[in-house]
Design a protein around this ligand. Sequence first.
Ligand code: BV8
Length: 248
Amino acid sequence: MVPLDHGQLSVAKHVVAGAKRLTVLTGAGISAESGIPTFRGPDGYWRGHSPEELASMDGFLKNPQLVWEWYLERRRTIRSCQPNPGHDALAFLDSRKEFCGVVTQNVDGLHKLAGSQNLIEIHGNIWLTQCISCPYKVDESQSPITFRLNCPECDSLLRPGVVWFGEELPSGGWQQANEWVKDSELLIVVGTSAVVYPAANLIPIARDAGSYIIEVNISNTPASSTADICLYGKAAEILPLLVDMKAP
Ligand code: BV8
């Protein structure tokens, strides 16, 4: 891993402290220290299947049982995990009036658990279960980790309440995410490979709006060339250094 440049870190701290409007975009990397495998890391495949294959309506309809087994295994993992100091640092930003909020691609719910209120889960939440046909939807974050295949209301298939590949993002959240980014003079991009669209488009949207971009990642990504500062290291270690959690 590229060593953390402490000179860049102190510049970045200054930019964060002085930002008049700021937004944060997060991906699976921020949850790595909590013990949740990332998508495109060494443990991204599951029983030989790629996330793109399983996290799709085609994949689900081909084998709903297999896809549910994948989600249940992820729910079990996530239930045993806690937010890490990276999530906590971002939750603290809610106390700053200049803060728009966190736009997360993650479905693990750890930002919510850390206390982030100004939060958009643009890819949904793994704890939601919904019917593919009727409005039936239930939050299973406090339920035992089992699943039922058929909707109690209409007997259609039940699916996880997440955005699958090939599906449109919920319009309200996507609109709000765009407004926050366009309204901000600083975008902090944390722990994302920046290859999933349209979420990754928020980075050039920020650039085109004249924003300053700080990337926090353990390695280079396609976003690195757009960033003004790249801080290399673990999000759980860097974010508490970047966010002065004493300053209101
Ligand atoms: C849509 C929910 C259209 C499900 C997810 C070709 C070109 C461009 C686009 C496409 C294309 N072919 C298809 C598309 C579109 C497709 C897409 O982008 N595909 C990609 C793979 C090429 N996108 C879609 O299908 C989207 N919908 O386009 O709809 C449409 C329009 C109108 C009408 C109908 C349809 C929907 C995309 C949403 C998919 N759902 N999740 C679930 O979770 O089960 S995406 C999934 O990937 C997760 O949400 C995840 O968060 C997200 C992005 O991945 P990352 O978060 O970046 O995670 P990753 O593992 O990749 O990277 C981790 C990073 O962390 C790495 O950089 C690593 O270095 C770093 N890291 C690791 N450890 C640490 C760390 N950093 C800091 N600290 C650490 N400790």
